[in-house]
Design a binder for this molecule. Sequence first.
Ligand SMILES: Cc1ncc(COP(=O)(O)O)c(C=O)c1O
Length: 423
Amino acid sequence: MNIATERTFAEQQDAADSLAPLRAEFFIPQHAGSNSLYLCGHSLGLQPRGVARVLNDELKHWAEFAVEGHFASSRPWLPYHEQLTKSLATLVGAQPLEVVAMNSLTVNLHLMLASFYRPQPGREAILIEQRAFSSDQYAVASQIRHHGLDPKTALIEIGPRAGEDTIRTEDICSLIEREGHRIATVMLAGVQYLTGQRFDIETITRCARRHGCVVGFDLAHAIGNVPLRLHDWDVDFAVWCSYKYLNSGPGAIGGCYVHERHARSLDLPRFAGWWGHDKDSRFQMPAEFRPIPGAEGWQLSNPPILAAAPLLASLPLFDSAGMDQLRAKSLRLTGYLEALLQARLANALSIITPSDPEARGCQLSIRLRRSPTAARATFDSLSAQGVFCDWREPDIIRVAPVPLYNSFLDVWQFVAALEQALQ
Ligand SMILES: Cc1ncc(COP(=O)(O)O)c(C=O)c1O
């Protein structure tokens, strides 16, 4: 990306940015009487200003209608989660039947693995990426043990080549070519939490399905960050949370995708609960569980309305901005961050996130060229200046300019603050 390093360049980019007004839809944490520099949407997205209203509506409905709120209010709780389906389906590139808002991410991962990790003699393994997020590692290892198998033999991890930080698609595919016959389930990140690498979901899925593997993705860092076409890419299942790029608040309801081809596999082994049961007979409480066709058939409990309501404020922002426009801005914003870091601080750091814009979302992961203790001190000094980014052991600073609410000026100010902290 061609950039100028002066502040005026950032200001000109913001002035020409048609998405810039969206920033006003969010609360920005304050530091010393002015806006802090918030570049931490990969961890927790900012609060949309509309959230208080939707939450208050539900508190009001509860106060006014009590149990009747399930049916009587303007947004009845019984089908409440259905209001979220269309926007979520658009974000992940799926049909509404394939998507449901429910639970939280790790819970959904277990529910999906209960159905989509079905080890058979000779095909018992799960493939994950090295240094997957801890919860995913625990989940897959415990699923393997749950089947009486040993993660030492049934967990295959694919990592970067020696001296590299990210994983090559060709290496994932050649591992699947070699070992696919013994892999039951491929379970990778959409965007890797530590390195910010965006995996080539389409190519990996094609390759894995050709070898008879079931394929799932953890989209915690992908949904709302990069365009997704799960249905067309033929992915079997996916899970996500909505407190990062979907800006729906701590503990917000997560989500789940199941490909249409499994929608009517009603005998697929699964853990069942009454909310996944056929809607017409749910309240007759028959003894036998009959799942709703599609992703809704994996629901267990009636949805947490207060954890779902914020999505009604955040998802319309994606609907109105459009993922294509957000991605176009994101490419420029992250490209600008990368170019500015290289122009001003190339000697002090390296960026471990892929330099190919197609192989990343908005996050860049930075490694400072100094001892881990000095790097940590630099990070602490950024925090003291009111800069929100985050630190991942042993030596990574993650920074994410989010196109919904970050500006080019934020990026410019971040690089200036980092330069100062390095001194
Ligand atoms: C990649 C990834 N997987 C799993 C989780 C765990 O999510 P939860 O606590 O919602 O289950 C996180 C949380 O940040 C994550 O980033």
